[in-house]
Ligand binder design. Sequence first.
Ligand SMILES: [Cu+2]
Length: 274
Amino acid sequence: MQKYGWGLPIDISANGWQIDQLIIIIHVFMAILFVGWFCFFAYTLIRFRQRSGHKASHHVGHFKLPAYLEVGVALFEVVLLLGFSFPIWSQQKVVKPDEKDAVRVRVVAQQFAWNVHYPGVDGKFGKTDPALMSSSNPLGLDRTDPSALDDISITNQLHVPTGRNVIVYLSSKDVIHSFTIPVMRVKQDAIPGHAGELWFQAKDAGDFEIACAQLCGLGHYRMRGFFISESPEKFEAWLKAQAPKPPAVPKVAAQAAPAAPATPAPVPSGAAHV
Ligand SMILES: [Cu+2]
C-alpha cells in the first residue's frame, strides 16, 4: 500500500472524503479558470490587436462576455462556500462528538516532539504543572494527584481505535506548531496559551505519520510522530500494556515491607547463640 505519493495521501478518515471532494472540485475549477482565462486573454490579443483603420477605445460597449463570465465565477464561488465549505466546516469543526463515547487524548507540542497524554481507565486527566516538567516527565504530570496515577504519557506516538471518535485537546509548550495527520485530513495549529480541540474518526487500521506543518525552529524537520490506527481490541490491549505499573511509591514500600522482617531474622539466630 502506497501511503504517500504524488497525489493526495490515502484517506482513512470517516469524513476525509468531504475534504478530498472539495480539494478536487476547487482544483478542477481552478484548472478550468486557468485555461479559460488564458484562452480569453489570447483571444483579446488577436481580436483587439493594432490594425490600420482601427482606433483604440477603452469602452467595450457591446462586448459583454467578460462581465457574464465574472458573474458566473462569483456565483460558482458562492456555491462552493455555501454548498460545500460551510457544511464541511460545521461538521468537522463545530459539531463536536459526544465526549462520553469518544477517545480523549491531550497532545502537547514542543520543540521538537509531540507529547501524548491519555487519561487512563478513570477517564480523568491528572493534574499537570510546568514546574514538574523534565525530560523524563515532559507533560509535567503530577503523579501525586489520584487522577494522574493511571495516566499514560508517551512521546511521538498516537494510538487510536478504528470506528470511534477521537477528540484531541491540543496545546503547545513553546512556539506555534501545527498538528497534522495527513491520512486523517486534520491540521490545526498548536498555540502556546491556547487550548485547541480537534476530532476525527479512523475507519481503517494502519501505521501513519503525524507531522508539524508550521516551521517551528531548526529541528522542525524531525518533528515527526507516529499515528497508529488499530482495531478497538488491539487499542485496548495497547492501553493496558502502557498503563503505569502500580505507583512507584507503594511498590518501594511493598519491597521494604518484606525487608523489614528479614532484618530482625538474625535476632532469633543471635538468640540461639545465647
Ligand atoms: Cu513544530
